[in-house]
Structures are given as C-alpha cells and as structure tokens.
Design a protein. Structure first.
Length: 210
C-alpha cells in the first residue's frame, strides 16, 4: 500500500509540473504565421498634420506677436475716454501708427502672411467665393473699392480709400482675429489692418480665386 501511494503522488506531481511547463512555453512562443498582432496605438506626434491647419496656426501666432507689440505701444500713450472727441481719437490713432512704424521699420510683405499661410488663406477664400453666390459676394466687396497701386507694409491705410465691406460669409471662412486687427480688401488685395492705428500690417495680393 505505501509503495502504491508513493507512486501515485509522484505521478501527480510530474503531471502538474508538465502542465505548468507547457503553459509557460505556449505563452513565450511566437505568433503563428496566420495570427495578426494588435496594431500599436499611434502617438500624437505620429498623426498626420493638415498643412493648411499648421500654416494658419503659424499665421495666428505671428498676428498675436504683432498685437503684443501693439498693446505695449498703445499702453504708453494717453488713454482715450468714452468722451474723447473725433479729433482726439484721430490724434491718438496717428500717434500709435507712428510708434508702430518706428518699431517695425524693417517690416516687409510676407512677414505675417508667409507663403504657406497665403496659400491656405487663398484656399479658404476660394471655398467661399467659389460657391453659387460667389459672384455676388465679390461684387459686394468690390463696391466702391477702387484698389490702390504700390501698397506697402507698415504704411497707413490710405485716407482717401473707404473701408471695404466684407460679407459675413467671407469673414466666417477666415481665421478669427484679435479685436485690434481686421481683414479688409483694397481691390482684390486682402489687407491685415491694425484697426486702432490704421496701419497695414501685411497683405496678400490677388487674393480672389481666379
């Protein structure tokens, strides 16, 4: 009896050991040829980047840099009140414009509207102005908008040229600007204008889609 019992215990232990070894081996074996491994999660930096979105983000970053300079210079001037006269507002506007012009003496076309952002913005305009009501929108923009030759960055917006109307559909299709800045058209040139200083911060020639 004791010998049979010992042999039974030995057989049970050996069987259990073999089962554990087999399980461990199965866990360490490579996948079978037909078995697919789960796809690894993509890291954020591996995700594809939309070139237009990247260009517009860079554009807005440069606009914000300009606005930071604008605010610094404007804060150094006497503040206007709600009771300020049109003459006081004009004097303040021209003084701010002169300060900005001095601070940006080396400014040139394309500093804010870089080539990649020009392409992206022209594509946005083409999307809006290329629709069924595109001709009507263009006509609205060009109404009493004669255009000006030889525009230059950092110049004052021409006093003799009325501010063009920009339809809401067009503005909605363009990047949202800080309150100090506006998009305007002079002819078919898209202007980035400093509202408080009436300065042309930058521009895109021939912005309308062909």
């Amino acid at each position: 009896m004791p010998h049979h019992y010992d042999r039974w215990i030995f057989t049970l232990v050996l069987s259990t050991s073999l089962s554990i070894t087999a399980c461990l081996n199965r866990g360490s074996q490579p996948d079978s040829p037909g078995q697919e491994k789960p796809a690894a999660a993509q890291k954020p930096e591996d995700q594809p980047v939309n070139p237009d979105a990247k260009a517009l983000a860079g554009f807005l970053a440069r606009v914000n840099q300009y606005v930071e300079l604008h605010r610094k210079l404007e804060d150094a001037l006497p503040h206007l009140s709600k009771e300020s006269t049109p003459q006081q507002i004009d004097t303040h506007q021209r003084a701010l414009g002169e300060h900005i012009q001095k601070a940006r003496q080396a400014a040139k076309a394309g500093d804010i509207f870089t080539p990649d952002s020009q392409v992206a913005i022209k594509r946005l305009l083409a999307r809006v102005l290329g629709g069924s009501d595109g001709n009507a929108l263009k006509a609205s923009i060009m109404d009493e908008n004669p255009g000006v030759e030889h525009l230059r960055v950092n110049d004052r917006y021409p006093d003799t040229v009325p501010l063009s109307t920009i339809p809401p559909q067009v503005l909605e299709g363009l990047p949202k600007l800080p309150e100090e800045m506006e998009f305007r058209f002079i002819g078919n040139t898209l202007i980035l204008m400093d509202v408080h200083a009436h300065i042309i911060a930058d521009f895109i020639p021939n912005a309308f889609p062909r």
